[in-house]
Design a protein around this ligand. Structure first.
Ligand code: DC
Length: 232
């Protein structure tokens, strides 16, 4: 018995997470944020002082972690909520680095597949449509110019700082609020994710590509729903 899957892949900061969670809650399906698994691995390695260049040690670490995704959005690793701590740029870049390791990707394969439960799954990442769920009923690949993604990220960080209880909270680091630096980091991460040998970031042959540069979140959400209805 298998259940339907919608995959939402694409570049960093393109809004995959927002669209995927909107879709999952609209359909009342499960949601897999696969990037969080790479982020958790990188974050825990940084915390424990494990060398990010050591593929075997990073893979062993990933295999040893007990991770719970709660409905509230909290992510517990060994009982600690690390949902905010894994969202920094530094963790994103480190996640992209460890994500180049074939052993780690193999170790996370079954973990990701285990999210597929009734009545269905929305899976967000870089290789959901190409590698993890090649039989998905609908595959979406989201793109937007690096400039536009940078601007969106900048606005998010600005809002976060404005609303933080303590301005310049520990989520923000030097350069985090420099737009050209944000765009440069986005381009670096795209380059690393697209050019790795193991499951590189690319659209599946049967994916529908949506360029969101000039679209709102609601435009994208409605387009995906229309595509889903057509695929029924
Ligand atoms: O989606 P994200 O920004 O949280 O992902 C962080 C990094 O993890 C991303 O730059 C590359 C890696 N990743 C991956 O290689 N494969 C996935 N399915 C998801 C993320």
């Amino acid at each position: 018995m298998t259940f339907p899957v919608i995959t939402i892949d694409g570049t960093s900061g393109v809004g995959k997470g927002t669209i995927s969670s909107m879709l999952a809650s609209h359909l009342q399906w499960h949601y897999l944020d696969s990037g969080a698994l790479y982020r958790i691995t990188a974050y825990t390695a940084l915390k424990k002082g494990i060398d990010l260049a050591n593929e075997q040690a990073i893979t062993d670490l990933a295999n040893s972690l007990s991770i719970s995704f709660l409905a509230s959005g909290e992510i517990l690793v060994d009982k600690y909520d690390i949902s905010s701590a894994i969202r920094t740029e530094q963790v994103g870049m480190s996640a992209s680095k460890v994500a180049t390791y074939p052993k780690l990707r193999k170790a996370l394969f079954n973990k990701q597949r285990s999210f597929l439960k009734a009545p269905g799954l929305v899976a967000d990442g870089r290789d959901m449509g190409t590698t993890i769920f090649p039989d998905a009923k609908l595959k979406i690949f989201l793109t937007a110019s690096a400039e536009e993604r940078g601007k969106r990220r900048y606005k998010q960080l600005k809002d976060k700082e404005t609303h933080a209880i303590m301005p310049s909270s520990n989520l923000l680091q030097k350069n985090d609020l420099d737009l050209s630096d944000i765009i440069r980091k986005i381009e670096q991460r795209d380059h690393q994710d697209m050019n790795r040998a193991s499951s590189p970031l690319k659209p599946a042959d049967d994916a529908v590509i949506i360029d969101t540069t000039l679209l709102t979140i609601n435009d994208v959400f409605n387009q995906v729903l229309t595509l889903l209805n057509k695929s029924e």
